[in-house]
Design a binder for this molecule. Structure first.
Ligand SMILES: Cc1cc2nc3c(=O)[nH]c(=O)nc-3n(C[C@H](O)[C@H](O)[C@H](O)COP(=O)(O)O)c2cc1C
Ligand SMILES: C=C(O[C@@H]1CC(C(=O)O)=C[C@@H](OP(=O)(O)O)[C@H]1O)C(=O)O
Length: 363
């Protein structure tokens, strides 16, 4: 199964070097106007081939809506969009049919699908499949925005260069929106240059770098979510680990909570007029799996890109021998900045699903 969601189902399909990739958005409310130019803007934020920090594969990521939209509004029936692939260099992948890239899904995918997987461009495992995810998230975020909910993120760390963290008790929607306009979204603008230099230095060394993305969701009311298996943390984490190269997540102060005392980790409540708030937000806006009305904050680790062109040790599954591999092709020397719109989209879809599952308690 390749579908996510309880009330709205998102299916993504396709392979990186196949005819097209796409998404089916099932169960969306009817009567939602969609600004397709705004969706195009989101797709362009993620699209490859735009600068030296990205893979050179040039894809426009233009989408064609096939169904589920009529006379300016969602119909409520499955909304399907396709994105045609146009700049595949499949020859680069000839050797990867039987020589497995360390860190990528060549070996695990080959075993899982009995050797029938499309290995070209990483096939269905490719980061290319995040284009339909961004499409879905851009639709979801327009519905969320009508209810005052905003998702935004920035690069908290990249190859050891740190940005300042979000103000945990809340950033304005304007700040979150402004970050979306930047190639390397950071709060401390002075850090963008050093981050770019780290990416380009790694690329020059035939290597790659990773980092940490910090994401904030504002405008959610208190009391949304469920305890235990459908906690808001569980649903967001489930979605976030669907994004290729994401290897860790923490909410609020996360792993740093291990070294705090309760007196430091608790978030004291107060009334701001008749609105309940907390003075701090060490718990990331979630208690018992349920929103407490403060912004949701989480951080994700994005690993350094697996496909590097230095000589690596690996295996040949044809000869069943150990061998060396030098990867040819066009790869992202860093995934972090390209994953930012993907993470926002993924969060938007998961949160819209949480909200629509609340049967009128969210809005
Ligand atoms: C936007 C985006 C772009 C990516 N670009 C590349 C790439 O150019 N080369 C590569 O080896 N991996 C790239 N990846 C990551 C791989 O797809 C991923 O590492 C692989 O599928 C294995 O999955 P895992 O790292 O989650 O275990 C990218 C991921 C994303 C989200
Ligand atoms: C095409 C995209 O990124 C691709 C993600 C990717 C991978 O292994 O994840 C490997 C590369 O594929 P190719 O070798 O075909 O150029 C990237 O270019 C995209 O993000 O749209």
């Amino acid at each position: 199964m390749n579908t996510f969601g309880k009330t709205i189902g998102l299916t993504i399909f396709g392979e990186s070097h196949g005819l097209s990739i796409g998404a089916v958005l099932d169960g969306l409310p009817s009567g939602e106007a969609i600004d397709w130019d705004a969706v195009r803007t989101e797709m362009a934020r993620r699209a490859p081939g735009k600068n030296p920090m990205s893979t050179a594969r040039a894809e426009k990521d233009a989408f064609e809506v096939q169904s589920g939209f009529f006379n300016g509004y969602t119909t409520g029936t499955p909304l399907c969009a396709i994105i045609r692939n146009s700049d595949q260099h499949s020859r680069d992948y000839d050797q990867l049919r039987h020589i497995m890239r360390p860190g990528h899904a060549d070996y695990s995918g080959k075993v899982r699908y009995g050797g029938f997987n499309d290995y070209r461009g990483g096939g269905h495992f490719s980061g290319r499949l995040t284009a339909p995810l961004v499409f879905a998230g851009a639709v979801a975020s327009q519905i969320l925005a009508r209810h005052g909910i905003t998702v935004g993120s920035h690069i908290l760390r990249l190859a050891g260069i740190a940005d300042k963290p979000f103000n945990a008790v809340g950033e304005t929607a304007e700040t979150l929106q402004a970050l979306k306009k930047e190639t390397l979204p950071v709060l401390d603008k002075a850090q963008a240059g050093p981050m770019e230099a780290k990416i380009l230095a790694a690329k020059n060394d035939l290597d790659s770098v990773g980092g940490v993305i910090e994401c904030m969701i504002t405008g959610l009311p208190a009391g949304i979510g469920d305890p235990f298996f459908d906690s808001v943390e569980s649903q967001l984490s489930h979605m976030m680990f669907s994004v290729p190269a994401v290897k860790g997540i923490e909410f609020g102060d996360g792993f740093a909570l291990a070294d705090l005392r309760g007196s430091q980790a608790n978030d004291d409540f107060y009334y701001d007029g008749d609105v309940v708030k907390t003075r701090t937000n060490h718990n990331g806006g979630i208690n018992g799996g349920i929103t407490n009305g403060m912004p949701i904050i989480f951080r994700l680790v994005v690993k350094p890109t697996a496909s590097i062109s230095q000589k690596q040790e690996t295996i040949d599954t044809d000869t069943k021998e150990n061998c060396d591999l030098v990867i040819k092709g066009r790869h992202d020397p860093c995934i972090v900045q390209r994953a930012i719109p993907v993470i926002e989209a993924a969060a938007a879809w998961a949160i819209l699903d949480v909200c629509l599952s609340e049967k009128g308690r969210c809005w």
